[in-house]
Structure formats: C-alpha cells, structure tokens
Design a binder for this molecule. Sequence first.
Ligand SMILES: *[C@@H]1O[C@H](CO)[C@@H](O)[C@H](O)[C@H]1NC(C)=O
Ligand SMILES: *[C@@H]1O[C@H](CO)[C@@H](O)[C@H](O)[C@H]1NC(C)=O
Ligand SMILES: *[C@@H]1O[C@H](CO)[C@@H](O)[C@H](O)[C@H]1NC(C)=O
Ligand SMILES: *[C@@H]1O[C@H](CO)[C@@H](O)[C@H](O)[C@H]1NC(C)=O
Ligand SMILES: *[C@@H]1O[C@H](CO)[C@@H](O)[C@H](O)[C@H]1NC(C)=O
Ligand SMILES: *[C@@H]1O[C@H](CO)[C@@H](O)[C@H](O)[C@H]1NC(C)=O
Ligand SMILES: *[C@@H]1O[C@H](CO)[C@@H](O)[C@H](O)[C@H]1NC(C)=O
Ligand SMILES: *[C@@H]1O[C@H](CO)[C@@H](O)[C@H](O)[C@H]1NC(C)=O
Ligand SMILES: *[C@@H]1O[C@H](CO)[C@@H](O)[C@H](O)[C@H]1NC(C)=O
Length: 269
Amino acid sequence: MDKLASLIFICSFCCVSALINITELKGPDSIEYGSTEEIILDCNFEAEKERDLEVKWFYNGDTEVVYQWVPDSHKPGYAMGRLKGRIDLDYSATNDSNTRYRALKIFNVTTDLTGNYTCKVSSFDSEDSETKQLIIYTPARSGLDLVLLEEDQTVICTVYGVFPKPELKLYLTGENDTKLDVDEITVNNTQAYQEDPDNGSYNVTIVHYFPNLTSFSDNIDIVCELTIPGTDYFLSKSVTYHTESSAVIHSPGVIVSTIFATAFLLLCK
Ligand SMILES: *[C@@H]1O[C@H](CO)[C@@H](O)[C@H](O)[C@H]1NC(C)=O
Ligand SMILES: *[C@@H]1O[C@H](CO)[C@@H](O)[C@H](O)[C@H]1NC(C)=O
Ligand SMILES: *[C@@H]1O[C@H](CO)[C@@H](O)[C@H](O)[C@H]1NC(C)=O
Ligand SMILES: *[C@@H]1O[C@H](CO)[C@@H](O)[C@H](O)[C@H]1NC(C)=O
Ligand SMILES: *[C@@H]1O[C@H](CO)[C@@H](O)[C@H](O)[C@H]1NC(C)=O
Ligand SMILES: *[C@@H]1O[C@H](CO)[C@@H](O)[C@H](O)[C@H]1NC(C)=O
Ligand SMILES: *[C@@H]1O[C@H](CO)[C@@H](O)[C@H](O)[C@H]1NC(C)=O
Ligand SMILES: *[C@@H]1O[C@H](CO)[C@@H](O)[C@H](O)[C@H]1NC(C)=O
Ligand SMILES: *[C@@H]1O[C@H](CO)[C@@H](O)[C@H](O)[C@H]1NC(C)=O
C-alpha cells in the first residue's frame, strides 16, 4: 500500500512539473488591415529530451487545427482549415531540429484571420498550451460623422465600414473640461449597429436627444469617440455648442442660408 501511495505521489508530481514549457507566444496584438503583407506568430517553447514531440496551432478554441508539425518527421509542417494556402511552410523560426517549424508565418493578412490562436506543444508525457488574440481591423476610412441639429436638439454620430465591432461613445465637456454625464442630460438615446453580411464590417449610428440643450449656461463640447476593443485604434470628433450665440454652427439651415447669401453676393457683383 505504501508503495502504491508513493507511486501515485510521484506520478502526480510528474504531471505537475512541466517538461514542456511554452515560454512565450510572440506576435502582434493588432494590425491594421493593409498595413502588412505577413504576420509571424511564434511559439517559443522548451522541451528537454521529449519523445513524440508535436506542435499544433488552433484557431478560436481547441477544435479547429490550423497547423501541425511533428519534429521527428524531419519535414516541415502543414496548414489546414482557414490557414490552408496562407502559411509559408518553409519559414524557420530557429535552426534547432526540435523547434525549427514551430512558428506561423501567415501571408494574405485579411480581417477574417482575427481570432484567438492557441499553440499546443505535446509529447509522450507532457504538454503545454498558450493562447493569444490577434485582431486585424479596418479603420473608418471616412472618419466619424458628427452632426448637431440644433433645431431638433439632436446629436448624431455615425461611422461606416469598421471591423471588428467598434464602440461609440458620446460625452460632453463643460467649461474647464468638466465632464457632464450624458445619461443625465439626454433622453431617448439610440444606438444602431448594421453588420455587412459579406465581410462583417459595421456601420454604427448613435443618436442623442437633448431636451434642454438651450438651458446650459456654459459653452459645451459634444464629443464622439470610437474605439475598437483590443486595439489602440481611437477616433474622436467634437463640436462646440455655443449657448450665448447659438446661431454659429452646424445647423444645416444656417449653412444653406450662408451659401445662398454668398452666391447672391457673387451674382450681384
Ligand atoms: C516556463 O517559462 C517561463 C518563462 O521563461 C518561466 O517563467 C516559468 O517559470 C517556466 N515554467 C516552468 C514550469 O518551468
Ligand atoms: C478570444 O479571447 C478573448 C480574451 O480571452 C475573449 O474575450 C474572446 O471572446 C475570445 N474570442 C473568441 C472568438 O473565442
Ligand atoms: C540558420 O542558419 C543559417 C546558416 O547558418 C543562418 O543564415 C540563419 O540566420 C539561421 N536561422 C536562424 C533562425 O537562426
Ligand atoms: C494572396 O495574395 C496574392 C497576391 O497578393 C494572390 O495572388 C493570392 O490569390 C492570395 N491568396 C489567397 C489564398 O487569398
Ligand atoms: C474655470 O477656470 C477659470 C480660470 O481659468 C476660473 O475663473 C473659473 O472659476 C473656473 N470655473 C469652474 C467652474 O471651475
Ligand atoms: C422618448 O420616446 C418616447 C417613446 O418613443 C416618447 O413618448 C417621448 O415623448 C420621447 N421623449 C422625448 C423627450 O422626446
Ligand atoms: C454601410 O454604409 C454604407 C455607406 O452608406 C452603405 O453603402 C452600406 O450598405 C452600409 N452597410 C450596411 C450593412 O448597412
Ligand atoms: C466590407 O464591405 C464594405 C462595403 O462593401 C466596404 O466598404 C469595406 O471596406 C469592406 N471591408 C473589408 C474589411 O473588406
Ligand atoms: C436637463 O433636463 C434633465 C431632466 O429632463 C434635468 O435633470 C437636468 O437638470 C436638466 N439640465 C439642465 C442643465 O437644465
């Protein structure tokens, strides 16, 4: 009995102590679509005298294998699933026969490669895995549209063709950059996301209604901000609402009448 117990003890100890250790999963966190031709995701691992070593890469979970390499085969790995035909199989991360083809060198970097990549290294009696998220995003090429319709006391912020799903936020700053809580001064806010069925990009519109816009004593800045979670991508646009001389900006009526007035002056010359 004692022997069995110590055997179990040793065994569980074996399983806990890592013979294979992935020390680093290297690669970019996010990339702007079109900014690069290729991406390298490198699975740096340590393995001491392991038998039947195998390196596998998975996409979004642990079922979709996208790459597999068996060092003992003395051949490069092969790509499957969504990475089929999109990996440089000759790419060597090292010159060591146990780790040479551990990395993914992906070309044709498109937004549909956005996801979580898991590297799993296993042997006869040990394994380790690590996951990293990779986001290939498309920025808003035409920026943010921010419109203040003074007569309707409405602010509309719109963006087109962003991937993946962005977040739009509206906030207001009063004098000396004091932040105003947009939820306290607006009502009937709406947020609409439209997803493109072909490539998953988003159009987003947010509408905020200010029932008492005219009652503010300060000039206020209305700011619309866009972020893509998981990236550093950030866009911001603002308009100033002048409470004292409220005819100054952004009412389409004002712009149109200015254009007419200018045209009239030009014609009269
Ligand atoms: C695995 O490698 C990392 C980085 O070198 C190290 O911090 C960690 O202690 C290692 N883990 C084991 C179980 O050896
Ligand atoms: C990828 O990983 C992140 C962070 O762990 C998680 O929030 C996200 O839902 C994952 N995405 C997919 C598609 O599994
Ligand atoms: C592998 O060895 C070749 C020739 O010595 C060298 O040019 C190359 O840079 C090495 N590659 C790596 C990843 O170390
Ligand atoms: C990758 O891009 C090249 C040219 O940039 C193109 O010829 C090829 O068809 C693309 N392959 C895939 C799988 O999209
Ligand atoms: C804003 O700053 C000015 C001077 O910079 C100061 O006189 C005024 O009291 C400040 N207003 C508020 C609301 O803090
Ligand atoms: C907000 O929407 C509700 C329902 O559509 C409407 O009854 C209400 O008048 C709206 N409030 C304002 C201030 O427009
Ligand atoms: C997004 O907006 C663009 C420009 O207005 C339009 O062409 C496209 O159809 C819209 N996409 C969706 C999914 O609504
Ligand atoms: C997706 O399609 C829309 C409309 O066809 C286009 O504007 C946008 O650039 C496309 N995005 C990507 C990532 O291809
Ligand atoms: C605007 O209206 C809301 C409620 O409708 C009120 O709580 C808020 O104090 C008002 N703000 C101003 C500056 O009058």
